[in-house]
Design a protein around this ligand. Structure first.
Ligand SMILES: *Cc1c(COP(=O)(O)O)cnc(C)c1O
Length: 380
């Protein structure tokens, strides 16, 4: 089976993890801060806080943005469930803003209209979470000006977009988002097995993120509510979690980061090859992008009624296709909160047509040619 996504592990990666295994620290050692510095340098964000997953990163980002019981968080329905669940962990209500059919990202025109209505009834969101679907940022510039106008915090879910850029700046530079979340799951651009990070330019948020990932505990006497009682002493200032990344994971991440540009270049090449080779088929192809990280290559069948049959046939022929995403508001959990079919018609129609083709940094031209030739056979 040619998988839709797969990690690339080198001998250097293995050596980096092995070195940690032979060192004094498996967790809370020097590798995590080194990885965080490298993420900051790469993106231009002043602070990077590495955690155990992007899901944990989204949860903590919502908490430091002040999301709590009764607040509202808005996101895109065309995403993994974690982009919405983070708000629920904080007791907030989630709402979904339908997508733009061209970019498959949150529809900024619709968002502007929904915000104008919400402002009238005092029902504005505290946080909006745009998702950089497939590796390409939403219209963050327009989103940023709406955030200024209506006073919400922007947390970009850039789980797909590690190494991507937007208007010439690295994603996570903080130009348009208050916080940016990365995922390092093995199918993503670089991996730490499980892992994620929050990037921000706000010092006080970074400090709070660091505390919250480790039980809400501080050893800084300045922050303590009473004098330190000795060198063993710490205080728990707020209810935190164990969301720490281990040094094993961070060493892998740091080693992977050295090859990020190689991975991105190969992904872009493969995306260009698909675009050229699939142009004549009855498919809607992703619009070209120089700035996307090309995490996913999603094609849409012009004839949605054939999606399931074509998907099954591709799988039967060893092509590991997938579907991204089942609209989140159609999940039973969110249906139970009152969202019904038809709530986000663009995302729902897109979902009916979508097939994610294999694309990852280790994929060969021959594998891609095989995907293309099977698709041609099925569609011509
Ligand atoms: C993968 C993914 C997540 C969750 O990432 P984990 O690191 O597995 O927790 C969140 N949002 C999006 C858009 C993702 O693709």
């Amino acid at each position: 089976m040619i998988p839709y996504g797969r990690q690339q592990i080198s001998e250097e990666d293995i050596a980096a993890v092995e070195a940690v295994l032979r060192s004094d620290w498996l967790t809370q050692g020097p590798a995590v801060p080194a990885f965080e510095v490298a993420l900051s340098e790469r993106t231009g964000a002043t602070h990077a806080v590495a955690v155990s997953s992007a899901t944990a990163a989204l949860h903590l980002a919502c908490l430091v943005a002040g999301v709590g019981e009764g607040d509202r968080v808005w996101t895109s329905p065309n995403t993994f469930v974690a982009s919405a669940n983070c708000a629920r962990y904080c007791g907030a209500c989630v709402d979904f803003i339908d997508i733009d059919p061209d970019t498959l990202n949150i529809d900024i025109g619709l968002l502007a209209r929904r915000l104008a209505v919400a402002a009238q009834s005092d029902a504005l969101p505290k946080v909006v979470i745009p998702v950089a679907f497939a590796g390409r940022s939403a219209d963050m510039q327009a989103l940023h000006s709406l955030a200024r106008q209506y006073g919400f915090v922007v947390i970009e879910d850039a789980s797909h977009a590690v190494g991507a850029s937007y208007l010439g700046q690295p994603v996570a530079s903080g130009e348009y988002a208050d916080m940016t979340v990365f995922s390092f799951h093995p199918v993503k651009i670089i991996t730490t097995a499980e892992g994620g990070a929050v990037l921000t330019n706000r010092r006080e948020w970074a400090d709070q993120l660091q505390r919250l990932r480790s039980h809400g505990i501080t050893r800084d006497p300045v922050l303590m509510h009473s004098a330190s009682e000795g060198d063993w002493y710490y205080q728990m200032l707020e209810l935190g979690f164990n969301y720490r990344m281990t040094d094993l994971q961070a060493a892998l991440g740091l080693s992977q980061l050295q090859r990020l540009d190689v991975f991105l270049e190969r992904r872009r090449q493969l995306a260009c090859r698909y675009a050229a080779q699939l142009a004549e088929l009855p498919l809607i192809l992703p619009s070209p992008s120089e700035e996307s990280a090309w995490h996913l290559y999603v094609v849409q069948l012009v004839d949605a009624s054939r999606r399931k049959a074509i998907f099954n046939e591709l799988r039967a022929r060893g092509i590991g296709v997938n579907v991204h995403y089942i609209p989140v508001h159609l999940q039973p959990y969110y249906q139970a909160q009152g969202f019904t079919r038809g709530y986000c018609p663009v995302a729902e129609a897109y979902y009916q047509r979508a097939i994610t083709l294999p694309l990852h940094a280790g994929m060969t031209d021959a594998q891609q040619d095989e995907v293309v030739s099977v698709l041609k056979e099925l569609l011509q």
